[in-house]
Write a protein that binds this ligand. Sequence first.
Ligand SMILES: *[C@@H]1O[C@H](CO)[C@@H](O)[C@H](O)[C@H]1NC(C)=O
Length: 229
Amino acid sequence: RDPLDLPTRPQIVKEGTEVTISCSHDDSSLLVMLWYQQKADNHSLTLIGSGYANSAQTYEGQFEKQFELTREDTLRGALIVRSAKPSDSAVYFCAFVVCSGAYPAYFGEGTRLTVLEYNVTAPTVKILPPSSKECKNKKKTLVCVASGFYPDHVSVFWQISGENVKDGVATDNNAVRKNESYSITSRLRVSAEAWRLPDRTFTCTVTFFNGTGYEPYSDSVKGTLGKSI
Ligand SMILES: *[C@@H]1O[C@H](CO)[C@@H](O)[C@H](O)[C@H]1NC(C)=O
């Protein structure tokens, strides 16, 4: 059962912007709306506030000044961040319950908000072919490094000659921040034979959300490179 219909598209805004994150569901028995904040450095959910339609919403102390909860009706509501600050960057979840107390809460998928501290910058993507130090007949590891991007709304996928591959792929869970930008790496392990086949192209694509849309950034290497290893 999934009563929530939520925008999962991230929001990237400049400091000082008023941000509205909407939430709706389709079960009129779920009367109470709740909103939670999840910061990247602390995966737990912190309650922002909650309330019924047609009545005042209640806030946890630290959120009262900066956040406002609105209810259009039982099925719809929103979280408003009055004047977004970088410290408001987080994932925001709405949830609905029948009434306050020991009832199960139905959660949406969450909306990621980034309040920009620097200019939006697309990634540079580079594949490092297998190291010549890897044993000749063992599996080969290709490393894809995406760097220099901001903010960190990215996902990584691999293709071999145009076909998506999932087996043997390991991507960092999070991009790592250094100064004003992020980097992330992904590894693809293939058999030595697969790597030696000529005319195979290994492509790593990083999909970057620039604030309005998703743009792909890729690098490719040819399997024939393996002959020299
Ligand atoms: C962001 O991505 C969208 C959609 O792909 C594109 O139309 C737009 O030009 C990009 N904006 C910038 C600033 O690169």
